[in-house]
Design a protein around this ligand. Structure first.
Ligand code: ATP
Ligand code: MG
Length: 430
């Protein structure tokens, strides 16, 4: 236990609504604490993302204290208290056996085991540094699992039997990587060592939960550091097995494409600009789209039907590993489709294309590909100038490209009069 004078957590750094919740539960006679990332980050002098609250009060008791609250969850019930946009999550201390095999195989919730003491609650958490409790009664910090020591040594250590706990919930492997990168900590040796061997367990995690975790890994401002770590542990390969095949050569265009995209994602977050996970997913799966397209075209399909088939296959294959919401899949499809429309050698539809709601994302994607080394210089310059041009300039550019396209078409026909037309819509752009 660390008494108030021995740490510098100040109540000023805790949100007003969180404090209000803490005081109300405390005044009603319950034990109540901030726990998890909130305490950890306060002790490190960082600004917590949110504050999780743990208490001895049961959900019904909590609900009775807050008019603006709702009980959520079925297996383990939590209470959400709403203050405008801020939601404070309150969890009753969890008991020992809630995750045990006995519960899972019998499919029954052993009621007595659902809730427990504060100490039970601590041992059920993932890492020692996440199992620290800030006590509103005396402003002390309570530590059952050695979290304060690990915090000072900057170590991520899983609580309890490492293998057992990774088996119990394989997402903990991803959380270890995420937290280590985010905090600049090291994953402690015993926690780290079994990860490559156990990485495959990630496959057992429901794809939707994995997508949620993936978002946290890539959309919190340190994606470019997380990516090589995930690869090092074999975790990336489990989530993106098809992409992994293209990543052997770190000097390849695809590797660069991903690297640049991740850096830009981090930068955009730093600048407070908007981000869509679909864009990054489109980058991660791009090499596979291109290869599948070649495959379908080799079977005799025309460009756009082949592209549709390629995209469908990529999305279906990927969904088995990490599922994505349908709206993301739609956006990815649009970005990929637009790549080929932007690459078209004559652009009679350029004026319409530029008003497409996905034009901006598709242009950014094209820019990335160009930066990574795909031979797209003339296409990229054309669209950059077109977007910047006045109405008249745009008109002139479209006319010129139509003439150019027609001339190229004539040349092609002259050269190879008998050969079937290869796709006139796509310029090779050498
Ligand atoms: P962040 O700063 O990203 O919010 P966090 O540690 O607060 O990090 P949350 O997902 O908000 O992460 O979880 C809150 C707390 O719940 C954790 O600190 C940890 O104590 C506990 N927890 C979360 N996920 C798990 C898990 N998979 N297994 C055990 N305990 C977990
Ligand atoms: Mg948190």
């Amino acid at each position: 236990m660390l008494p108030r004078p021995k740490h510098d957590i100040s109540r000023k750094r805790i949100s007003r609504n969180t404090l209000q919740v803490l005081y109300r539960l405390h005044e009603a006679g319950h034990d109540v604490f901030i726990v998890g990332g909130g305490v950890r980050d306060l002790l490190l002098g960082r600004s917590p993302k949110d504050f999780d609250i743990a208490t001895s009060a049961h959900p019904e008791e909590i609900k009775a204290l807050f008019r603006n609250s709702r009980i959520i969850g079925r297996r383990f019930r939590l209470v959400h208290v709403f203050y405008g946009r801020e939601i404070i999550e309150i969890a009753t201390f969890r008991g020992k056996g809630e995750d045990s095999e006995q519960c899972k195989t019998s499919g029954m919730i052993l009621r007595d085991n659902v809730y427990g003491t504060q100490e039970d609650d601590a041992w059920r958490r993932d890492f020692t540094v996440n199992a620290l409790y800030y006590n509103i009664a005396d402003f002390s910090v309570i530590d059952y699992c050695g979290g304060l020591h690990d915090l000072s040594e900057r170590k991520i250590r899983l609580i309890g039997d490492v293998r057992k706990r990774f088996h119990e919930d394989p997402v903990r492997m991803l959380r270890a990587v995420r937290l280590a990168v985010k905090l600049g900590f090291e994953i402690e040796k015993d926690t780290r060592e079994p990860i490559p061997e156990l990485a495959g367990l990630i496959q057992n995690v429901p794809p939707a939960r994995l997508f949620h975790e993936l978002n946290k890994l890539l959309m919190e401002g340190y994606a470019s550091q997380v990516f090589p770590e995930l690869r090092k542990f074999g975790l990336f390969a489990v989530m993106f097995p098809y992409t992994e095949k293209y990543l052997e050569d770190e000097n390849s265009i695809y590797y660069k494409l991903i690297e640049i995209a991740l850096k830009q994602t981090d930068l955009r977050l730093e600048q407070g600009r908007s981000l869509n996970p679909a864009f990054l997913l489109a980058v991660l799966l791009w090499p596979i789209v291109q290869d599948n397209l070649v495959h379908f075209q080799a079977e005799g399909m025309h460009l756009y039907p082949a592209l549709s088939a390629a995209i469908r296959k990529v999305l279906d294959d990927q969904r088995v590993h990490v599922s994505m919401p349908q709206r993301h899949a739609i956006m990815m499809r649009e970005i990929w489709n637009l790549q080929y429309r932007l690459q078209s050698s004559c652009n009679p539809k350029a004026k319409k294309l530029i008003t497409n709601p996905r034009y901006r994302a598709a242009y950014d994607f094209l820019e990335l590909r160009y930066q990574a080394g795909e031979p797209l210089e003339s296409v990229y310059i054309w669209w950059t100038e077109f977007a910047a041009g006045s109405k008249d300039q745009r008109e002139a550019m479209v006319k010129a490209s139509l003439k150019d396209g027609a001339r190229k078409g004539r040349k092609r026909r002259k050269k190879k009069p008998r050969k079937p037309k290869d796709n006139p819509e796509v310029s090779s752009d050498e």
